[in-house]
Design a protein around this ligand. Structure first.
Ligand SMILES: [Zn+2]
Length: 355
């Protein structure tokens, strides 16, 4: 693709401001094959890995083509018979276990005993009922709660929050994605960045940034603003790739979440805690989760790297038996690391609150 890309060099870490750094490697856009070469550097102080040179704020939209997956909208309501039964079970659990009084899909009968039985006897249903969300990303019931999803794409997560009975708002820089969400889902999505919209002070009980932080040029400014509009008892929940992941150690420059140049900063626990502190927030909870699909896609990059073929990405699920065995072994090892208390998962979840 032929276009003029403006880049900028960073002299200090965009998270903690430290000048101490170590150059890691050069990288190109391996997901969409758009031109440009960038460098990855690790901060020696907070361990965040950041892109420098990186595309300027003005040039960054060039790297989000129309088919960028998070900007699409997949079918929302299950259609098959089994799917509908599953949905009924989920509704029962959300209503009975999580006590969502304003839940939009209240079970027709209120099978309190059945719901309690299902959720407490088979606790693994609980995660499925949370729309497969990690516990840290699932909001507790708040009466008249207001929620904001920053970087909401076409609004998938907002629909879940709306179903749960929260009053929902979204902010999304992609005009196209925001339009899809507004038209098809009927939710209030504002086009632009958080800084373009002045929400009232102390307004939101629940602010989410799901895979957004790694795309931001100015995380300190954005989190400071999120802090201003966060309710005193509110929670800001972040999900982003984890640079301490076992997958990064194993695959290094082929690790899928490196995603140059869309991912500008990849965080560690230490850098998230430092960022929170700098913006008047505190880290209330932290966890990491294993994600097998990330390992698969990283393996795919590794294979393509060996074959010197950086493009034509997008065919997954065509792995040999031994490759599948290999990924399952890595995933199992990673789970064991997490169980033993290491922050080795591919993604990190952080819950922040006002200091
Ligand atoms: Zn740093």
């Amino acid at each position: 693709m032929d276009m003029k890309i403006e880049t900028e060099e960073l002299s200090v870490c965009p998270v903690c401001g430290s000048m101490k750094k170590e150059f890691l490697f050069k990288n190109t856009d391996r997901l969409h094959g758009i031109s440009g070469e960038f460098g990855l550097t690790q901060c020696r102080n907070c361990k965040a890995v950041y892109l420098s040179p990186r595309p300027s704020i003005k040039s960054l939209p060039l790297y989000y083509p129309d088919d960028y997956p998070p900007h699409q909208l997949n079918p929302l309501r299950p259609s098959g018979f089994l799917q509908r039964i599953k949905e009924h079970l989920r509704n029962t659990i959300i209503y009975n276990r999580y006590h969502y009084k304003n839940f939009q899909h209240k079970p027709r009968i209120e099978p309190h005993i059945l719901g309690t039985f299902l959720t407490y006897m088979f606790f693994f249903f609980a995660e499925r009922a949370r729309y497969h969300l990690p516990k840290a990303l699932f909001p507790p019931y708040i009466k008249d709660g207001k929620a904001l999803d920053i970087g909401c794409g076409a609004g998938h997560f907002l629909i879940i929050l709306k179903d749960l009975g929260l009053k929902v708002y979204g902010v999304e820089p992609s005009e196209k994605a925001a339009n899809i969400g507004r038209e098809k889902l009927g939710v209030d999505i504002k086009t632009g960045t958080l800084l373009d919209h002045k929400f009232p002070d102390n307004y939101f009980h629940f602010i989410t940034m799901n895979h957004v932080l790694e795309h931001l040029h100015n995380p300190v400014e954005v989190l400071s603003e999120a802090n201003r509009i966060l309710h005193p008892n509110g929670m800001l929940r972040i999900q982003t790739p984890n640079i301490d992941a076992y997958g990064y150690k194993r695959f290094w420059k082929n690790w899928f979440p490196i995603d140059t140049p869309r991912h500008l900063i990849i965080y560690s626990k230490q850098s998230i805690a430092g960022l929170a502190d700098k913006t008047g927030l505190k880290l209330k909870a932290f966890s990491t989760t294993h994600t097998r699909s990330v390992l698969y896609r990283s393996l795919e990059y590794e294979i393509r790297d060996k074959n010197n073929n950086y493009k034509d990405f997008g065919t997954t699920g065509q792995y040999t038996f031994s490759q599948k065995l290999f990924i399952n072994a890595l995933d199992l090892y990673e789970r064991m690391l997490i169980l033993s208390g290491k922050d080795a998962g591919e993604e990190l979840q952080a819950v922040l609150a006002k200091k």
